[in-house]
Ligand binder design. Structure first.
Ligand code: HEM
Ligand SMILES: *[C@@H]1O[C@H](CO)[C@@H](O)[C@H](O)[C@H]1NC(C)=O
Ligand SMILES: *[C@@H]1O[C@H](CO)[C@@H](O)[C@H](O)[C@H]1NC(C)=O
Ligand SMILES: *[C@@H]1O[C@H](CO)[C@@H](O)[C@H](O)[C@H]1NC(C)=O
Ligand SMILES: *[C@@H]1O[C@H](CO)[C@@H](O)[C@H](O)[C@H]1NC(C)=O
Ligand SMILES: *[C@@H]1O[C@H](CO)[C@@H](O)[C@H](O)[C@H]1NC(C)=O
Ligand SMILES: *[C@@H]1O[C@H](CO)[C@@H](O)[C@H](O)[C@H]1NC(C)=O
Ligand SMILES: *[C@@H]1O[C@H](CO)[C@@H](O)[C@H](O)[C@H]1NC(C)=O
Length: 350
């Protein structure tokens, strides 16, 4: 290397870039197990362009507003954790949608609109063959990738559910931000996630924002002793009262980049939620946090494994469920849709 010409240096750099590109290239995770009814090539014949349509459109959306990537990632998480990845979160009036109290209504609304716009583009190209649940899973993947995270293949073939998630099911399946690591571990163990999955999935908090109400109990009336002093002081400025409706970023180092800095935050006692910070306090998860903080490749690898697992929770496949004509409403609640399928005599749809 001592006498390398600029050109050989260029070749070397290109080679390193290409090889690191391929080390995250798609298809590498297709050896992961998938449930029966889903497939890595589900739309190959019926809608071969679905993935490129979604990615191109999201590239446009994120160019305008990168904060939407976090909204879409969280939407898929909430969908999958409550009654499976069946797009129930997208139904108008579903209790599994981020509630008023803990979610930015506007971001959420825009998240819903982004999914519905994607559905319209995809259905225009292919007809009503791709489910809203699959579109949400692809949108989450692209949110990760287009924010700087790993690219990966998503098994497809989900169908859209017919029922809302109840408020009880929602509360039972989505742990609160003030839960400690033991609570999060046992809650996620019921869905077959091991501690590595839990720590990796929590890394979703490397992008996005939170409302003050989700963490002010760590500030008032007394400060959580596991929180860094300067970090706490700054949070008290953003959230002067428990009731403040302000928001702040989840990852103070690189708030819009999907990277491993969230784990560096935790090691510096700058995790925003108890459910984040306690992953570093708890002996069962501490070394996993450290391993991700020092090795981003390892984090990306484990994150992909856990996301592919999450994306298959209680999915509807085959002839169950339906392919919604509008992600916000069941086909059965749509008069103009019903009229159109009666003409086509496609009543087997539901
Ligand atoms: C492990 C349990 C989890 C808890 C307790 C939790 C809790 C929360 C809370 C309270 C917020 C902020 C809501 C608000 O105040 O606006 C949030 C935001 C977020 N969560 Fe989680 N979460 C968890 C797991 C996950 C997972 C598995 C993912 C994805 C892989 C994820 C991705 C996100 C993202 C991207 C945001 C930011 C959303 C935005 O900017 O609009 N979370 N989470
Ligand atoms: C939320 O949406 C409403 C209505 O469109 C708008 O008036 C308001 O300014 C928005 N708030 C934020 C924070 O974007
Ligand atoms: C919101 O945060 C700003 C600082 O970021 C602060 O000056 C303001 O008082 C806060 N507003 C409320 C209602 O909490
Ligand atoms: C927060 O809101 C509650 C009612 O919603 C009110 O009783 C309380 O005084 C408020 N606290 C502060 C610090 O503003
Ligand atoms: C980081 O993790 C990757 C993936 O597991 C592994 O191949 C690599 O050896 C690790 N790097 C270091 C420096 O430990
Ligand atoms: C989808 O349904 C929602 C809720 O009923 C409605 O507001 C929206 O206009 C519909 N979208 C389209 C494209 O028809
Ligand atoms: C009803 O279904 C049609 C397709 O037949 C769709 O274009 C429309 O957006 C749906 N409307 C609502 C309100 O869901
Ligand atoms: C509609 O489909 C059913 C079977 O799915 C068939 O029995 C019926 O004859 C069809 N009706 C028309 C008008 O084609």
């Amino acid at each position: 290397m001592a006498n390398a010409t600029p050109f050989t240096a260029f070749l070397l750099v290109s080679f390193l870039c290409i090889s690191s590109y391929f080390s995250f290239s798609k298809a590498e995770n297709t050896a992961l197990p998938i449930v029966s009814g889903l497939s890595w090539t589900f739309y190959q014949k019926s809608c071969p362009k679905v993935e490129s349509i979604v990615r191109k459109q999201l590239q446009k959306v994120f160019k305008e507003d990168i904060s939407q990537a976090a909204a879409l990632l969280r939407l898929h998480f909430h969908d999958c954790f409550v009654q499976g990845c069946d797009a129930s979160v997208l139904l108008d009036g579903s209790a599994s949608g981020p509630s008023e109290q803990d979610a930015p209504p506007n971001l959420t609304l825009r998240g819903f609109k982004i999914i519905n716009d994607l559905r319209a583009l995809v259905h225009k190209e292919c007809g009503r063959v791709v489910s809203c649940a699959d579109i949400a899973a692809l949108a989450a993947r692209d949110s990760v990738y287009l924010s700087g995270g790993p690219d990966y293949d998503v098994p497809l073939g989900r169908r859209d559910g017919l029922s809302f998630a109840t408020r009880d099911a929602t509360l039972q399946n989505l742990p609160p931000p003030f839960a400690n690591a033991d609570t999060i571990l046992s809650s996620l163990a019921t869905k077959n996630f091991d501690p590595t999955d839990v720590v990796a999935l929590s890394g979703g908090h490397t992008i996005g924002i939170s409302h003050c109400g989700s963490f002010t109990r760590r500030l008032y009336p007394t400060q959580d002793p596991t929180m860094d002093q300067t970090f706490a002081k700054n949070l008290r400025r953003v959230c002067p009262t428990e009731n403040s409706t302000n928001t702040t970023v989840l990852d103070i180092r690189t708030p819009n980049k999907f990277d491993n800095k969230y784990y560096v935050d935790l090691m510096n006692r700058q995790g925003l939620f108890t459910s984040d910070q306690d992953l570093y306090t708890n002996g069962k998860t501490r070394s996993i946090v450290t391993s991700f903080a020092v090795n981003e490749t390892l984090f990306f690898e484990k994150f992909v494994v856990a996301m592919v697992k999450m994306s298959q929770l209680s999915v509807l496949t085959g002839k169950t469920g339906e392919i919604r004509a509008n992600c916000s409403v069941r086909n059965a609640n749509n008069r103009s849709f019903l009229a159109s399928v009666v003409e086509e005599n496609a009543t087997s749809e539901y």
